[in-house]
Every structure is written in C-alpha cells, then in structure tokens.
Design a protein around this ligand. Structure first.
Ligand code: RIB
Ligand code: CA
Length: 315
C-alpha cells in the first residue's frame, strides 16, 4: 500500500555527516517531502552552515529547495564549533563550487513557526541534526505550535557511548543544553539517535568504496567527505571508519525497521559544568520519571549503508 511521503523540516549544521542526511532525504521523495531546510550554528558558524546547506542541495540537483538561515548562536551560551572534526569550511575533503541558489530571506525560526501553523496539525516532522537552538526558539516564540508537531527525530545525546565533545556530553546537546532541555521537556514525541547507535554505522573502506563505485559526482564527493570526516573518530577511538551520525535520522523515517530502541525518560544536564549537556537516559527504568523519548540503541548497519548507497545512486 503506497504511503504518502512524510512532510519534514530538516534543521542542520553541515558538517559532512549532515550532508549525507540531506542527500538521502532529497533522493527519497516517495518517503519524505522536504518542506525546507534551516541552517543553525554548530559544527561551523551560521554563515558557513547556510552556505554549505545550499551547496549540498545543488550537488543533489535540487536547487529549488528552500534553505533558511536560523540562529547564529545558542540561546544563552557562547558558540562552540567543531572544525577539528569537519575542517574549517565544515565540508572539508572535496572542493565544491560556491552556491548559486538563493538563501531565503525569512528567518529560519519564523519559517518553522509559519509552516507548523499552516500545515495540518500533526503532519510535520522536525529533523534536527545539530544544536537544538532553532527548535527551542520556535517553541518559545510560538508555544501554540508545540502541540502541532507530528514528531521530532533528532541526532544527539549518548548513554552507553558517553560524550564525544566532553567526557559526559555529545556535541549537539552540549552546544545548547538549554535548548535541548526545552525540546526534551516539550511533550512532543521524540525519537533520539544517540552516539550509542551512530557509533555503529562506520564508514568502513568497503562502504566508502561503494560510494566511490557509484561513478557519479555525488558518489565521488560522498567518498571524499567520508575520507576526510573519519580521521577524527579513527584517531580517537581506533574505529574502523567514522560514524555517519546524521543520516540515521532520515534512514529511520524511511526504514524504521532497521533500528531498535527503548521508550525511556531522557533529561538534560544544564547546571553542572562538569556534566553540562549530558543526556541522562534512564535506559534501565530506575528513575520513575515519565517516558519522553524513543532512545535508539541498535541498528542493522549494513542495511543502513545499503539504503544510503542505493538512494545516493539516484542523484
Ligand atoms: O556529535 C555528532 C553530531 O555533532 C553530528 O550531528 C555532527 O554533525 C555534529 O553536529
Ligand atoms: Ca550535525
């Protein structure tokens, strides 16, 4: 039975792994309808994340995609970036042409609010791939839209894998913990892709060569992004490749059967400087706190890469 594509808004801080997520979404119109993509400051400053988002859309051959600039800094804190992982441009590896497609004039947060008010209630899924600043801003500016969100499927947090930017915290949550607290306490149905699952989708040589073997510009660029992006995690963890964090969000929308997790309580540390941004995930159900998230812990990694590669072949 054919199903209608899910309407989604991607919120992103490209980032090579964000780029894979955007390409997967744009290559899957039968599964997801991308209403718009909002850039946020994160891996690199906003001026670069909005430019990178447009470059990725043009690489996908989708220059009509509406791209917006959102928040250029966290709600309360100084911006922390991750050039050490993604390079100074945020998309280091291959050299891509500067974008020609326009950046929308409307602020990304206003786009999120307007879209949630216009579209039927519970028909739009938000897909944050970076710090949660834009989502929290929208919820603070327009509390009426919170109850209209169908679901939030986000990449962020960690439990068994602990932190990647501090010993306790994952980058997206750490950059704006106050925003994360607003989102995790919003009552919106959450699906969380933490490091626990993203560290299981590694860009092994065979998988990177499968990208290159597509014989397309997209395949070449994807392989070169992976070649650059994986060094940080391989040096730090000694892993057999780098974790493709963000495309797990879009893959979940297309093939949720590839993933396994638990409905648990997840809260955000915003007080302690030592554990700031930690996702306190009650995986063993000991706290008695209300369930607020489907926290994903496992994935069919090869099934994920087969899906990703098959869809990249379409571009
Ligand atoms: O910790 C990994 C996350 O932080 C990914 O979304 C990556 O792109 C960075 O934003
Ligand atoms: Ca990201």
């Amino acid at each position: 039975m054919p199903h209608a594509p899910r309407k989604i808004i991607i919120d992103t801080d490209p980032g090579q792994d964000d780029a894979f997520a955007i390409l997967l979404a744009l290559a899957s119109p039968e599964d997801v309808e991308v209403l718009g993509i909002v850039a946020v400051a994160g891996n690199v400053p906003l001026a670069l994340t909005q430019k990178n988002t447009r470059m990725i859309c043009e690489l996908a051959g989708r220059p009509a995609t509406r791209v917006f600039a959102g928040s250029d800094r966290p709600l309360k804190r100084k911006l922390v970036t991750a050039e050490h992982v993604h390079g100074k441009t945020g998309l280091d590896g291959p050299v891509l042409p500067d974008p020609v497609m326009p950046l929308q004039d409307q602020h990304g947060v206003d786009f999120i609010i307007e879209t949630l008010r216009r579209e039927p209630a519970h028909s739009v899924t938000l897909c944050p791939l970076g710090p949660l600043t834009n989502i929290a801003q929208a919820f603070m500016q327009a509390p009426d839209v919170v109850g209209r969100v169908q679901q939030i499927v986000l990449m962020g947090g960690a439990y068994f894998e602990v932190g990647n930017i501090t010993p306790a915290a994952e980058f997206n949550i750490y950059v704006d913990p106050e925003a994360a607290e607003i989102v995790f306490k919003s009552g919106v149905p959450l699906v969380v892709m933490p490091l626990d699952v993203t560290h299981k989708v590694l860009t092994t040589r065979a998988r990177v060569e499968a990208f290159r073997g597509l014989g397309s510009e997209v395949g070449r660029v994807a392989a070169e992004w992976a070649d650059f992006f994986e060094r940080f995690d391989m040096e730090k963890y000694g892993s057999d490749g780098g974790p493709l964090h963000d495309p797990t969000v879009v893959a979940y929308l297309i093939r949720p059967d590839l993933f396994k997790g638990r409905h648990i309580n997840v809260e955000i540390e915003t007080g302690s400087e030592l554990t700031l941004g930690m996702t306190v995930a009650d995986w063993w159900g000991v706290s008695g706190r209300a369930v607020n998230a489907f926290f994903v812990g496992d994935v069919d990694a090869q099934g994920f890469f087969d899906l990703l590669t098959e869809r990249l072949a379409r571009l």
